[in-house]
Design a protein around this ligand. Structure first.
Ligand code: ADP
Length: 588
């Protein structure tokens, strides 16, 4: 049944077939064999019915006992084939979905930070669940459609064998159904894309709301959140209803058309049998064939609708997979040259893709000499985090250049650049994995001894060693087994193990309890020793000890120098110190 499908349908399916389905050739072959068997056995039903009725009417007692036996054998064989078919189809379909999920995840983990930030995390997550479910359903239905086509072909052969004239009458009626089927398919695809978008938005609003549970209660925002959720649910209901209404009109239409076909055939048959031209067996067999064929034919009719929903999901998934990262290596990029870690910001400008009109950084220039510490200070929104993010090329500068040991970081390989850098943020990131793995990921391939050395240097050995399974204890989601200070020490051990040329540090704004604080500060001092450090400083002790202070405001370096010199100058930095913008508390 050839249907004129929307232009992009065929390439999408062909791509899925080539990239995913063909990887599972044996599964596809198995599904096809079972499908052919199911279709073959189904096609035998009308013939068996015709034979039995003709034998009954002929009072052929000798073969009469044979009929029930044959029926049992055929149904048994068909059931077995059906089971094999369902399992084979699902195992291929689920592997295809798994493959797509893998590709999507790989694309997202390698995508530019800016690209990932465009969608809410929950919208990304929905692509793996909602869109994947749509694709799975469409894929299952499409493969089942092959079975249906074969079944219809088999039944058509039966009908042809039983009575070719009637066969022609029945066939003439089917093509009438094609026009509405394709028209509705297009509408469903459009509606479905909107629905998937809505699903993603719903997921985003829900996660956001649950994450804010504390604030919602404290500020008594329950009613406001309920109203927001109600609006989202209503939107979702409307877009779902839109799809269901379109879909709902299809089945009754096909049913009605089927009814007309059956009526026409029966009228003709009745006339023929009553005028003595056919047998009761032929009549019954033919009507049975028509009735059996009506289910697969209807399924084929609604296939296009399911297919369009799946394609909406598939094109949204491929859109993410196909987005080319903009932060890529130049062809012929070389490894970062050896050096001691001299970092130079040379007239750096940067503008966020979706930021406000102002540039986040403009004409920012300073030099971090090897082994020295540069403290970035300034009011919130001055561009400190942005400046730090440029060093490992999480974003690319839009003007000027960042150089490490003389090399523009855009000219060197991403691997060598990022291997030379460790980042320690305000919130210690702990993966839901073992203590060992959480440190070893700083330098893959590190030995147990090296990991333990790093942990000792970061004052993390003592508490990791006494966990129930020692270093092999899983730390829980977000490191729920550890205290705040312990988490920071684990993340410092990770950075120490990495042994980077350059350390990027976003200092914690609030002090921990005195004991933890002292241990964290000691670990930090060990980490910073002999390394070039760029630190977003929140502590007075850090800025005071820094070799260079860069005071930033609105993306520019307003002044640079040592603590003493800048205090003397009495500018932005002196003002920040005076207004106690820095945490003063020295560890006990
Ligand atoms: P700081 O770290 O000094 O507080 P940031 O580097 O975070 O400052 O921000 C500098 C400017 O860039 C601010 O005006 C901020 O609003 C903007 N900005 C930061 N992150 C983004 C982003 N992901 N998209 C758009 N604008 C951003």
């Amino acid at each position: 049944m050839a249907k004129p499908l929307p232009a992009s349908t065929v390439p999408l399916i062909r791509r899925l077939w080539r990239e995913q389905v063909l990887r599972h050739r044996s599964g596809v072959a198995m599904a096809l064999v079972c499908t052919a068997l199911v279709a073959g056995f189904t096609a035998l039903y009308p013939v068996v019915i015709q034979q039995s009725f003709d034998r009954f009417t002929a009072n052929d007692t000798e073969t009469l006992w044979l009929v029930p036996v044959v029926i049992i054998i055929i149904t048994m064989a068909k059931s077995l084939a059906q089971f094999g078919q369902a399992v084979a189809i699902q195992s291929v379909v689920l592997r295809v979905i798994e493959g797509l999920q893998g590709d999507l995840f790989r694309a997202l983990t390698r995508a530019d930070l800016a690209a990932v930030g465009r969608d809410a995390p929950a919208r990304h997550a929905a692509r793996f669940t909602v869109d994947a479910a749509m694709i799975r359903e469409a894929l299952t239905k499409s493969i089942n459609a092959i079975a249906d086509v074969l079944t219809v072909v088999g039944l058509a052969a039966s009908m042809l064998w039983l009575d070719w004239q009637l066969f022609l009458i029945a066939m003439a009626l089917y093509p009438i159904a094609i026009l509405p089927i394709t028209r509705l398919g297009k509408r469903i695809r459009r509606a479905s894309g909107g629905m998937q978008q809505r699903m993603g938005e719903t997921a985003a609003v829900l996660t956001e709301s649950f994450a804010a549970a504390r604030v919602v209660r404290a500020y008594r925002l329950e009613a406001q959140e309920e109203a927001r959720a109600a609006r989202i649910f209503a939107g979702l209901r409307e877009s779902l209803l839109h799809i269901q209404r379109t879909r709902a009109s299809l089945d009754p239409m096909l049913e009605a058309l089927g009814g007309i076909a059956v009526a026409a055939v029966i009228a003709f048959l009745g006339w023929r049998v009553s005028s003595g031209a056919g047998t009761i067996g032929e009549f019954t067999g033919f009507v049975a064939a028509l009735l059996i064929a009506s289910r697969p034919v209807r399924a084929l009719g609604s296939l296009n609708a399911a297919l369009q929903e799946g394609l909406a999901g598939l094109s949204s998934v491929y859109a993410v997979i196909d987005e080319r990262p903009r932060i890529v290596e130049k062809p012929g990029a070389v490894a970062l040259p050896e050096g001691k870690g001299r970092v130079e910001f040379d007239g750096v400008g940067f503008r966020y893709e979706q930021g406000n009109a102002d540039a986040a950084l403009e004409g920012l220039s300073f030099v971090a000499e090897p082994g020295r510490t540069v403290a970035l200070v300034g009011p919130s929104g001055a561009g400190k985090s942005t400046a730090l993010a440029l060093v490992p090329r999480l974003h690319d500068v839009t003007a000027g250049a960042v150089r490490i040991d003389g090399a523009d970081i855009r000219d060197v390989t991403l691997a060598s650049l990022r291997d030379a850098i460790a980042y320690v943020g305000q919130d210690a990131v702990i993966f839901d994995d073992t203590g060992f793995a959480n440190i070893a990921c700083g330098r893959p391939g590190a030995s147990q001894a090296e990991v333990e050395d790093a942990a000792r240097a970061a004052a993390a050995h003592e508490f990791l060693a006494v966990l129930p399974q020692g270093y092999q204890t899983v730390l829980g989601t977000g490191g729920s087994r550890l205290s705040g200070g312990q988490k920071q020490r684990v993340s410092l051990a990770r950075a120490l193990l990495r042994n980077p040329r350059i350390l990027l540090l976003d200092e914690a704004t609030s002090a921990l309890d005195a004991e933890n604080e002292a241990l964290v500060q000691q670990a930090l001092a060990r980490l910073r020793a002999g390394r070039t450090t760029l630190v977003i400083a929140h502590r007075l002790s850090t800025v005071r000890d820094a070799d260079l202070i860069v005071a930033m405001d609105r993306g520019r370096a307003v002044e640079q120098g040592s603590h003493a010199a800048l205090m003397e100058a009495g500018g932005l930095y002196a003002r920040l110190v005076r207004t106690q913008a820095f945490v003063e508390a020295e560890p006990a």
